[in-house]
Design a protein around this ligand. Sequence first.
Ligand SMILES: Cc1ncc(COP(=O)(O)O)c(C=O)c1O
Length: 386
Amino acid sequence: MPERHADNFIPFNRPSVEGHELDYIKEAVEHGHTSASGPFSKLAVDELMAATGAADVLLTTSCTAALEMSAILLDIEPGDTIVAPSFGFVTTALAFVRAGAKILFCDIEPDTLSLDVDRLADIMDDTVKAVVPIHYSGIGGHIDEMCDVIARWPNADLVEDNAHGLFGSYRGKPLGSFGRFSTLSFHETKNFICGEGGALVVNDPADIDRAHVIYDKGTNRRAFLHGQVDKYSWQDVGSSFGLADALAAYLYGQLEQKDSILAKRRHVFDHYRNALTPLVESHGIRLPMVPDHCQQAYHMFYVVMPDGEMRNHVLRSMNDDGIYATFHYVPLHSAPGGVAVAARELACPVTDDISARLLRLPFFTTLGHDDLERVTESFIRAVEQF
Ligand SMILES: Cc1ncc(COP(=O)(O)O)c(C=O)c1O
């Protein structure tokens, strides 16, 4: 791990203030509504509904919480299974395990690193209640084909883990708009942030009322606030899923700067891609593949190295240079927690291979030209020294 406090240290991620975030947080506190569902939540929800075309959006304490809400909404119970990518985040699967489901860990395909649709077709069965793909790196994989496979199984719904993909699109349609539900993350490592936060995107209007009851600690508080009942009471299961309005204020300040944030992130991506492209031929590295029909969300820049040894060497060497490049997901299917909840043992050779070879470069909006040069020079030097 590099020395984080050194003057010239380049972290993997650095949260930034892009517009009026601090003014809005102050305003939220002074206005007096700092808990969930306040005025800034409404503004942020409006932005997110416009971006995704959703029937409703509920701001949550995290993407994990939104995934847990989708598990409750789908009535997941013991005996059900969920398909999730082995090359994925723990809670993409764990949110459903908490409701009693077992997991079918599916492999990814090597070009976009999204769920392998042929493998998906092989492993589906009638216990599968949901397929939960990740749009890795904010790039939609083979969504149409995936929807075709899922459509053959009437018990199964699509829940898109869109933690990386806000404002990305697939064949002109927003990522996150394909599933019955999709989820977003505003964790500080994501494109649009508020420290910790997330959202449940509800695409079927029939799910809206129950989603709000689950969100409001199992009560019909929203119906009460809308004057539909004279008091609110316990109706269903649920929890305290709402994002504080003080954090929604932070998030709204970021969403307002959508174009500028995406442009800065695109600049970082393009710099890395242009600088590293010669190494594709000369040293066999692989850069992110963005299919023509996908608009990516500029969430990260990853490189797939020719082998794990070179990946580890480059990581060490860059870290020695004070640059926090890092690996990514450790396969879920062979991790102790994953083995314990697997519906059956499934091999995921592409996941194993990619996980050992993938490296991510620092990626945030305030990386200046000199920083970007330092990162790519350090990377190239390390590759050439190997
Ligand atoms: C694909 C994916 N899903 C879910 C999460 C969890 O997000 P949160 O920290 O908002 O719960 C992450 C976090 O990095 C992620 O990468």
